[in-house]
Design a protein. Structure first.
Length: 753
């Protein structure tokens, strides 16, 4: 169904139809049957035509206005989040699937976060017309292909007289490059490495620029308190104040001509109130624990007492800031502040040195790191206050200050600056994206590996030589009134060659979305933006507050796909900064908050279920050392609620024994599509059976948490990289025998019809 905007649709079926056209051409290119894809495309096209005649020129259509069926016999691969661990494990899995002849049958590649690193790398490499995932007729053209038969770990002698044997037994350039560039953040060079200082300067400048709006608020509030402290007989009269009671008389002081505020008394009074509020919160919490009181009244009371405590402390801080900045006429505080600055700076340097030492006692190492954090947290506000004091007390006065007070002038200048600060560019997203791009956005050209950082989403898949890439992100919608998003605060957001968008916003053709300038690297970084203030249902408002103030943000604000809300106008960036603090984002906003796809669904299986794939190969490489399977549980709930799809999986072979070993690396399950043929799901999990090659077993003995090491570790060494890659290859080899039966059964049925 077409709306009045030809490049925009509310119908997912139109998105699906565009993808089917690609899949048809891709299958033709690989000499695979296309009849079922063509038949399903024709049925959907006719359904859209009928719907278009009945609902022309309207943006409002049912969510699932055209039925999607399994009749196209589609095959999809899903790579989960998990940082560089997921990327490296899935590199080996891709190699195994290619060697087993399975990858050529895969129509979709759905990726989330770390899985998107290697998925995007593959899509980038496939922009070369000579590259392909067709392992049957073009086996030499798979970008990550093995050159050495000895790596198969098969217990048989290789016929070295084969004509197809390679001339060189060096590792393929693409894999060798990834191995060498495994530390994609580039911070492994130590304190004096150029990239380390680039990161430090980017972080510090980002913290300063992102906090311009709070700075404006602090300056204006402090100046307002300063005006209250000064005589204001024009605004207050003694009789009015005298009638305000005993408590007020302790706070306000008078002489016969003037009225002014006693900040010292007020500060002590507010600190007492904060202490009482905090004590009441602790008592309420204790009573709720001891007497098991978990009602809404008790929980709300605890929350409000906490909020009141924080607000009182913030106000005390503003009063102290005001006194230091404007009212310390005789510089009584200067000596104390200077001493505090010197000691804090000395402590920061000391703890920085101690935290960098190779401390055998891990507790002391963590202690020094924590103390360094507190020292820096205290140092930055003191330096900032000194800077403002210097601005206020020295000779920076010009004639404009005869008409306008300096604080008002500074606030106006800062506000004008804030209007021009694109908060996407001052966040760590750019650093993160650039680091990923240097490692994974590559292409092979004239026998060399070159950068492919500028490749746009719309330029992908031009040679029909690989699976259609679905990049999953999360659209944060904490303020949405959409009943389908009730309790989630988020929606699945698609980034792909043909369309970008979500069910809640509609879909825009990628050629026109964001003026067609969205790069694959940007989409990859958005999909992996785990460190974000807004994280769907995982949002923690206290943590979000600190992440915003310290500019620890990988999320991005992107245009709304709906043309109705993306008119060309000047973006007021302070508005979106405030939206970070008060996350009430809606699908009607002109700018949308996008973050890690794992904040909605971390396996990447959801979009493949929505497209009713007959066979799904899913690789979970996220951090799950206790095998709780939370990501799988989340998927099953959402598939059942949103799509009416039930997943039947016997997880017994993946339950670890007392040694942390499992029976198999994967399980095979059934996808129960409503009113349709069943599908098959192969669910792979990073795990160990104890039957792996000796080098993997040795690595595990040395690193007992392998293969579930924390995702906080994004700096792989050679042994770590090779262990995860090799494990992926082993799993790929193990699963290919069963996958081959399923694939041949599906395609044999298609060819017989």
């Amino acid at each position: 169904m077409q709306t009045q905007h030809p490049d925009y649709t509310r119908s997912f079926a139109e998105v699906y139809l565009a993808e089917m056209d690609y899949i048809k051409k891709k299958r033709e290119n690989m000499n695979l049957t296309t009849e079922m894809v063509e038949n399903e495309s024709e049925r959907i096209r006719n359904s859209l035509k009928e719907l278009g005649e009945s609902k022309a020129d309207t943006d409002e259509v049912p969510r699932l206005n055209v039925r999607i069926s399994t009749d196209a016999d589609l095959v999809g691969v899903a790579f989960s989040g998990g940082g560089i661990r997921a990327a490296t494990f899935n590199l080996g899995l891709l190699q195994g699937l290619d060697k087993g002849g399975i990858l050529r049958y895969c129509d979709y590649l759905s990726t989330v976060s770390g899985g998107g690193y290697i998925g995007s790398c593959l899509s980038s490499l496939l922009t070369n017309s000579e590259a392909s995932t067709d392992s049957s007729s073009k086996e030499e053209q798979f970008p990550f292909r093995f050159h050495r038969d000895s790596e198969s770990d098969e217990h048989k002698e290789v016929n070295y007289h084969l004509q197809s044997a390679p001339n060189s037994y060096e590792e393929r350039l693409e894999v060798s490059y990834l191995r060498a560039a495994k530390n994609y953040l580039g911070l492994g060079g130590g304190l004096f490495h150029l990239e380390t200082w680039r990161f430090i300067m980017m972080f510090l400048s980002g913290v300063l620029l992102i906090n311009i709006v709070p700075l404006i608020f602090a300056i204006l509030t402090s100046y307002g308190l300063y005006l209250v402290e000064n005589p204001l007989t024009a605004f207050y009269s003694i009789p009015q104040i005298n009638e305000m009671g005993e408590v007020v008389n302790h706070i306000w002081k008078f002489d016969k001509d003037t009225t002014f505020f006693n900040f010292h008394t007020l500060t002590a009074f507010l600190l007492q109130l904060a202490l009482y509020s905090f004590g009441a919160m602790v008592i309420t919490r204790g009573l709720s624990v001891f007497f098991n009181l978990n009602g809404n009244l008790i929980r709300n009371l605890q929350a409000w007492l906490g909020i009141i405590t924080v607000l009182l402390l913030v106000f005390v801080g503003l009063i102290s800031f005001t006194f230091y900045l404007f009212l310390d006429e005789y510089r009584k505080v200067d000596e104390q502040i200077s001493a505090l600055l010197n000691y804090t700076l000395l402590a920061a340097v000391l703890f920085f040195i101690l935290s960098r030492l190779k401390e055998a006692n891990q507790f002391m190492q963590k202690f020094f790191n924590i103390m360094l954090f507190f020292a820096l947290a205290a140092l930055f506000p003191i330096i900032f206050a000194q800077f403002l004091r210097l601005l206020w007390t020295n000779y920076f006065f010009v004639p404009v200050f005869d008409l306008m007070p300096l604080p008002i002038f500074v606030a106006m200048i800062l506000f004008a600056i804030s209007l021009m600060i694109n908060i996407n560019r001052v966040s760590l997203h750019a650093f993160y994206r650039d680091g990923l791009s240097k490692t994974y956005m590559i292409k092979r050209e004239n026998g060399k590996i070159k950068s492919n950082e500028g490749i746009k989403l719309k330029a992908l898949h031009t040679h029909y030589n690989g699976p259609y890439h679905l990049i999953n992100a999360t659209l944060n919608l904490q303020g949405s009134k959409n009943r389908h998003l009730s309790g989630r605060g988020a929606d699945y957001f698609l980034l792909s060659k043909h369309y970008c968008g979500a069910e809640s916003t509609g879909y825009r053709n990628t050629e026109n979305y964001n003026n067609g300038q969205t790069e694959l690297a940007t989409a990859m970084a958005i999909s992996g933006g785990a460190a974000s203030p807004s994280m769907g249902t995982h949002t923690n408002f206290l943590m979000a507050f600190y992440m915003i103030l310290f500019n620890i943000r990988l999320n991005v604000w992107m245009p709304n796909p709906n043309p109705k809300y993306t008119v060309n106008k000047f973006t007021i960036w302070p508005r979106y900064f405030l939206k970070e603090f008060v996350p009430l984002n809606k699908e009607e906003n002109s700018q949308l908050n996008l973050s890690d796809g794992g904040h909605h669904e971390n396996l990447g299986i959801y979009p493949l279920l929505k497209r009713r794939c007959r066979l799904i190969i899913a690789s979970e490489a996220s951090s799950d050392p206790d095998y709780k399977m939370n990501d799988l549980a989340n998927l099953k709930r959402k598939a059942r609620i949103d799509l009416g799809i039930n997943l039947e999986l016997d997880m017994t072979p993946l339950r670890p024994n007392k040694d942390g070993l499992v029976e198999k690396h994967f399980v095979k399950g059934i996808i129960h599509y409503p009113n349709d043929k069943n599908g098959v799901l192969f669910y792979i999990k990073t795990s160990m059976t104890g039957k792996e090659p000796e080098d993997l077993l040795s690595y595990r003995r040395k690193n007992p948490s392998f293969p579930d090491e924390t995702t906080a570790n994004q700096f792989f060494n050679e042994a770590q990289f090779e262990s995860y890659r090799k494990l992926g290859e082993v799993v790929g080899k193990e699963i290919c025998a069963e996958l081959d039966k399923e694939v041949k059964m599906i395609f044999a049925q298609s060819e017989s019809l």
